[in-house]
Design a protein around this ligand. Structure first.
Ligand code: PAF
Length: 304
């Protein structure tokens, strides 16, 4: 039986794990969310589709020592957890194994590569959506695509993801896709988090839609200055298209804020601001969005 280790126990981890387990893949999770680990071990992965729950068997662990010798891994932790995931993976991943990151934000590949080596680190992005409905429980948020960069060991992971029913494409220009996703994320995620609205609701206020466009354009300008070709010519329009296509989704940042978890703002707007400073590209909207999210998180902590 084919096996995979999934780093993370959040919404995307459950979506991918659930679809793989459904096709008979032996799925192991390694994470830090104790309630999610307990739920998976008790009932399996719970995927809510068309309003009804389906359960798929899997095992979940807090301790990496239980998973030594893993050949294939997916990294689906939040960007601020990548360093911890890299250290744990260095304990479990076999010498000839490979880990594929499909996380949001900039810098995850570098962090994993520094610990695991480039020969065990593969990069990708995904446009699949997933909403966490509690520990071990997920509602798929619309079909998407998984794009992976070239890597000598990537074919086993591609085959496995395709077996799980995912659409996978291999691309030479992964940095363009990573930046393209970043442009969308800086436009949608902070504003949904700040305003407490679904992605589609951002389009119901011309003022908010304008702010989305400003954030998207700043990030796209940084990418252009870096020489990274992104696939769309109008960043504001691209962000609006994704917000409309994922109308009913709660963005990952809104989900993080609602459950009191740290957000990925530093790997999104924070990364755009840092790169912008290096390249002399002004990014005031991204900077303000990052500060507002930080402020919101600080103040909600005070309320607890
Ligand atoms: O982070 C997210 O929530 C997603 O990347 C996206 C595309 C904004 C859809 O909700």
């Amino acid at each position: 039986m084919t096996e995979i280790t999934i780093m993370g126990t959040g919404a995307m981890a459950m979506l991918m794990g659930g679809r793989l387990a459904k096709r008979g893949v032996k799925v192991h999770f390694l994470g830090t969310w104790k309630e999610s680990i307990a739920a998976v071990n008790k009932e399996g992965i719970c995927v809510i589709e068309d309003g009804s729950p389906r359960y798929y068997p899997a095992e979940a662990f807090l301790d990496p020592a239980q998973l030594r010798g893993t050949s294939l891994a997916l990294v689906l932790v939040k960007s601020w957890q990548t360093e911890r995931a890299a250290r744990q993976l260095s304990e479990v991943l076999a010498e000839d194994g490979v880990a594929l990151t499909l996380q949001n934000g900039l810098g995850n590949g570098e962090t994993l590569g520094a610990v695991l080596g480039q020969d065990r680190t593969a990069l990708g992005v995904t446009t699949y959506g997933a909403t966490s409905l509690g520990p071990g429980k997920v509602r798929p948020g619309g079909e998407g695509i998984i794009s992976v960069g070239e890597h000598p060991k990537i074919s086993a992971l591609i085959n496995l993801l395709q077996l799980g029913g995912f659409t996978v494409q291999q691309t030479e220009d992964l940095s363009g896709l990573i930046w393209g996703k970043l442009v969308i994320n800086v436009a949608i995620n902070p504003l949904t988090g700040l305003l407490g609205v679904k992605n589609g609701e951002l389009l119901e206020s011309p003022a908010v839609t304008r702010l989305m466009g400003m954030a998207a354009r700043e990030a796209a300008e940084v990418a252009r200055k870096l020489g990274v070709p992104i696939s769309f010519s109008d960043p504001a329009q691209a962000a609006e298209t994704v917000a409309a296509a994922t109308r009913e989704n709660l963005s990952s940042m809104l989900q993080d804020i609602r459950r009191g978890a740290p957000t990925e703002i530093d790997a999104l707007c924070g990364a755009v601001v840092r790169q912008g400073k290096k390249l002399g590209v002004p990014t005031p909207v991204n900077e303000i969005l990052a500060l507002l999210i930080q402020g919101k998180v600080d103040l909600s902590r005070k309320e607890e």
